[in-house]
Design a protein around this ligand. Structure first.
Ligand SMILES: Nc1ncnc2c1ncn2[C@@H]1O[C@H](COP(=O)(O)OP(=O)(O)OP(=O)(O)O)[C@@H](O)[C@H]1O
Ligand SMILES: [Mg+2]
Length: 253
């Protein structure tokens, strides 16, 4: 069983500068454990930056990011947090199976445990038939599923997935979201970024970012209720319009 006490992630007063820009100007957030939490927002809104802070690879200006009760990036979190970046993070010149086995070994799995974990994960990401192909010979969508398998194989308590369904067909997207749901039901916490608003409906909770600020932190039904919109796409646009109108009023006064 996973430890479900306390939030999976707690962010306080987070400020991040990248290049010359302050891309996160002061952010407070709690992400509950055992849920699929969607991180949505326009391109450049800070989704990947926030994920980098959660996994502890982003230099921050100030604030705290606590993950499973420990400061983000702590050594104790190494085996407990899985991260899939937006660009491929696996070895192109190794086979699919060897890649997943490499990441299984990295989290301490050996012998039969390792083989079982690799086999199970290849089934979950639907790559059994390509297990012996080199990653460089795969399609884009197949390659991104290898990265996902690499993060999944150690069964981390927290999975941080940066746009994991980009380039996948609708059937695969549905299957992956079913897998995310199953993982959450087993007590894993997932933070999944997406541009695809129909995926929002499949999350337990939605965090809508814009310019490094939280526009909304709601359940999908709450989002529709608050905005009166028919779907997540329309709801998100309504929130952006409302925010733009508010900031216009602020600067006019
Ligand atoms: N390596 C970098 N150096 C400087 N600025 C960066 C760097 N990476 C991102 N940024 C800036 O940080 C801001 C947030 O970028 P981020 O990648 O977090 O956005 P995102 O929401 O993930 O966008 P996308 O949906 O396009 O992936 C952007 O304004 C971007 O220009
Ligand atoms: Mg991004």
């Amino acid at each position: 069983m996973m430890n479900n006490t306390g939030p999976a992630v707690a962010v306080k007063g987070l400020r991040v500068v990248r290049g010359k820009r302050r891309v996160i100007p002061g952010l407070d957030l709690e992400i509950p454990g055992g849920q699929v939490v969607g991180l949505l927002g326009p391109s450049g809104s800070g989704k990947s930056t926030l994920m980098r802070c959660i996994v502890g690879v982003q230099i921050i200006e100030s604030g705290t990011v606590t993950v499973l009760g420990h400061p983000a990036g702590s050594t104790v979190l190494r085996d407990r947090v899985g991260y899939v970046t937006q660009s491929p993070s696996v070895y192109a010149d190794l086979s699919v199976r060897d890649n997943v086995a490499y990441f299984a070994r990295a989290v301490g799995l050996r012998g039969a445990d390792q083989r079982e974990a690799v086999d199970r994960t290849l089934v979950e990401v639907d790559l059994v038939s390509h297990a012996d192909s080199l990653v460089q010979d795969l399609s884009g969508g197949q390659g991104s599923r290898v990265s996902l398998a690499a993060a999944l194989v150690g069964r981390p308590s927290l999975l941080v997935l940066d746009e994991p369904t980009v380039g996948l067909d609708p059937v695969l997207r549905r299957d992956l979201w079913d897998l995310f749901r199953q993982l959450a039901e087993r007590g894993h916490s997932l933070v999944v970024s997406s541009h695809v608003m129909d995926e929002a409906a499949r999350c337990d909770r939605l965090i809508l970012l814009r310019e490094g600020r939280i526009l909304a932190d709601v359940t999908p039904p709450e989002l529709l209720e608050q905005t009166g919109a028919v779907d997540a796409d329309a709801a998100f646009l309504a929130l952006i319009d409302a925010e733009t109108a508010r900031s216009g009023e602020r600067s006019a006064s």
